[in-house]
Design a protein around this ligand. Sequence first.
Ligand SMILES: Cc1cc2nc3c(=O)[nH]c(=O)nc-3n(C[C@H](O)[C@H](O)[C@H](O)COP(=O)(O)O)c2cc1C
Length: 202
Amino acid sequence: MAQRRILILYATSHGHTGKVAERLAGQLRLRGYPVDLRQVGRLERDFSLERYGAVLVGGSVYAGKFQRSLRRFVAANKAQLERMPAAFFSVSLAGISRQPKELKTARRDVERFVIDTTWRPPSVGFFGGAVSYTSYNPLLKLLMRLATRSLGARDTSRDYVFTDWMVVQHFADGFADMLEELPTPPEQPWVPPSISPRRPHV
Ligand SMILES: Cc1cc2nc3c(=O)[nH]c(=O)nc-3n(C[C@H](O)[C@H](O)[C@H](O)COP(=O)(O)O)c2cc1C
């Protein structure tokens, strides 16, 4: 059976969302889907969603907002996103809890993203993030040590991962289950990824 090629498009500032995206990709591949992982700030100018049969879009929260590059991409590609099976995932410290009350903040951040981009994703996954001390500068280490006191992330010489990988895996499975309910897509000819022309040396 022809399987839809899935794109996982993500934005990250300190790398952790890339690891979440890899875990999602791994699970979807186990379910038999071909998956491409792409970081939103590193796309070719002529990058198009049209090669894909489904997309997972995700980013991490900084001061209540997702990365600007992600917001811009989603706003610019809203029409295409609405034409394909899609879902959104959010990585944040507010997303650590499974308690509805505490997830309120994480939901509010996604609502702001929806208002900013006008894209309303059909489903949203909330994943706990990480305190990535080893990639912070000294000032940010200090600030994050204070801000994450309640999480017990005290040792600034190491990173703390608060992602529940089972929740990530379940989300990927839910997405795969949803795709399996859809009619089989028509066989698509393979299109090579576009290659950006090199600048000539002067
Ligand atoms: C400067 C800074 C601001 C942050 N602001 C928020 C926030 O407003 N809400 C939240 O839930 N998490 C916040 N976080 C936690 C990040 O969302 C979390 O570290 C996430 O794993 C980052 O993912 P990334 O490494 O892919 O960028 C913040 C982290 C930093 C370093």
